[in-house]
Each structure stands twice: as structure tokens, then as C-alpha cells.
Design a protein around this ligand. Structure first.
Ligand code: 0O2
Length: 221
């Protein structure tokens, strides 16, 4: 039993989650702007697209229970209540995005924790790069710093993780063995796909540049 947490009313949860929604919205804008700015000057963007979400209350409760957290420990104890996901075309782009985040260190965010599930792939097959940051926001009641988890992945890693996540949801974390076996094979295939795409990334970028220029000419007519 989590003292206090389960007694929280809907309205209290809404109030609790407002700063997290605020942080997610700001972070989405900031990372999407990097893409827009780079494309605007004709440069390559390592960011394909950005999504964000605030963790569902049921999911927060589950995690609080698992970690044995009390109400006043949730803010520090659950690092991914605010979550941003940045999708990249190539594995190399992930590290460029990480460098962008490092450059912001001490400016508009502080890095708290890094989990490199690309070098250290999870047993499930999961690959992704997680950076937990402390992000300042201005609320109606003053300054507040929020923990947010930035997950950076390739499109292939995201495809795999999205499917595995929905299977876990369906099977309540007990995916049948024949399915987990397939998922592991699919994770290997996704890794090979990433490696192959990396090998020809310069050709792909050139082709995309040509294609974008052509699309711009067509849309300008
Ligand atoms: P939601 O809200 O449904 O997205 P741990 O318990 O050690 O595995 P920890 O410390 O809670 O992980 O944080 P971590 O490692 O940063 O992972 C949290 C989030 O990473 C998860 O959120 C997923 O989004 C993603 N993730 C981690 N492992 C896996 C995995 O094996 N498969 C998939 N599909 N995603 C994973 P939640 O908890 O699912 O919450």
C-alpha cells in the first residue's frame, strides 16, 4: 500500500500533473524547433520527429507500488512522468541529439541520469538511449524543476518498442514464450536494419536532399 498516493482524488492528480504537461509541451517545442531550423537553412536534421506524453495515473501508481514509494517520494522517485521521445533515422543521429542535450547542460536543462540501452540492450530486445533531465518551468506559483525522461531512438527501434509495448499491455507483462522468441528475432532484425542503413547513410541523405528540393520546386509551382 502506498501511503497517501491511493487516496489522491482526480482533481489532485490533475493539479499534480500540470507542471509535467507544461514541461512536455515546452520540450516538444524545443526539439521540434531544432529540426525546423536545420531544415530551413538546408542542413540535415538528425531529428525525424518528436512526441511526448505524461505518464498515465494508473501507470504512476503501478510504478510507485513497485518501487515502494510514498506520495512525497514520487516526484524524485519516478523519472519518466514527463516523457519525450525523439526519433532519428540513423543510430549516429542519436549521438548527435545527445550532444545537443549536453550543450544545453546548465542552460535550460541539467542531465541527471543516462541509460544507454543501445550499448546495453535489454534482455527483452529493447534498444533506446535515455537521458533523464531536470527541467525548469515557471508555474503560476513560482519556479519549479521537473524530472523528464528523453528517449532517443531510431525509427526501427521505435517500431519494435511500440509493438512490444502493446503486446506487454495485452498480456499484462506475461507475453507467451513463442511470441517473445519472435520479438527477440525481430529485435535482431531491427538492429541489422539500423546497421545496413548506417552503412549507406550518406547516399540516403543525398537522395533525400534531391527529393526535398524537387518537392519544394513542385510545391512552389
Ligand atoms: P509508459 O508510461 O507506459 O511509457 P526499468 O524498470 O529498469 O526497466 P526504469 O528505471 O523504470 O526501467 O526506467 P527506464 O529504463 O528509463 O524505462 C522506462 C521507459 O522506457 C518505459 O516506460 C518504456 O517507455 C521504455 N522501456 C524500457 N524498457 C522497455 C522494454 O523492454 N520494452 C519497451 N517497449 N519499452 C521499454 P514504461 O514504464 O513502459 O511506461
Amino acid at each position: 500500500i502506498i501511503k497517501g498516493v491511493e487516496k489522491m482524488e482526480n482533481i489532485e492528480w490533475k493539479k499534480f500533473l500540470i507542471p509535467y504537461e507544461h514541461a512536455v509541451e515546452e520540450l516538444k517545442v524545443k526539439f521540434r524547433s531544432i529540426r525546423s531550423e536545420l531544415l530551413m537553412v538546408g542542413a540535415y536534421s538528425p531529428i525525424e520527429f518528436v512526441v511526448g506524453r505524461v505518464k498515465r495515473v494508473s501507470s504512476i501508481l503501478e510504478k510507485a507500488k513497485l518501487l515502494n514509494l510514498e506520495l512525497d517520494e514520487i516526484e524524485e522517485g519516478i523519472e519518466d512522468i514527463a516523457g519525450i521521445r525523439i526519433m532519428c533515422q540513423f543510430v549516429e543521429d542519436i549521438y548527435t541529439v545527445v550532444d545537443f542535450i549536453r550543450e544545453r547542460e546548465g542552460k535550460d536543462m541539467e542531465i541527471v541520469n543516462i541509460k544507454d540501452y543501445i550499448t546495453n540492450q535489454k534482455d527483452s530486445g529493447y534498444r533506446s538511449y535515455h537521458v533523464v533531465v531536470r527541467y525548469p518551468i515557471q508555474t503560476a506559483f513560482g519556479h519549479k524543476k521537473i524530472l523528464a525522461e528523453i528517449q532517443i531512438r531510431t525509427l526501427a527501434m521505435n517500431f519494435w518498442a511500440t509493438i512490444e509495448h502493446s503486446l506487454n499491455y495485452k498480456y499484462k507483462q506475461q507475453i507467451p514464450e513463442h511470441v517473445t522468441d519472435r520479438l527477440k528475432k525481430a529485435a535482431d532484425a531491427a538492429m541489422v536494419l539500423d546497421q545496413e542503413m548506417s552503412e549507406i547513410r550518406y547516399e540516403i541523405r543525398e537522395a533525400q536532399k534531391l527529393f526535398e528540393t524537387k518537392s519544394n520546386v513542385v510545391s512552389a509551382i
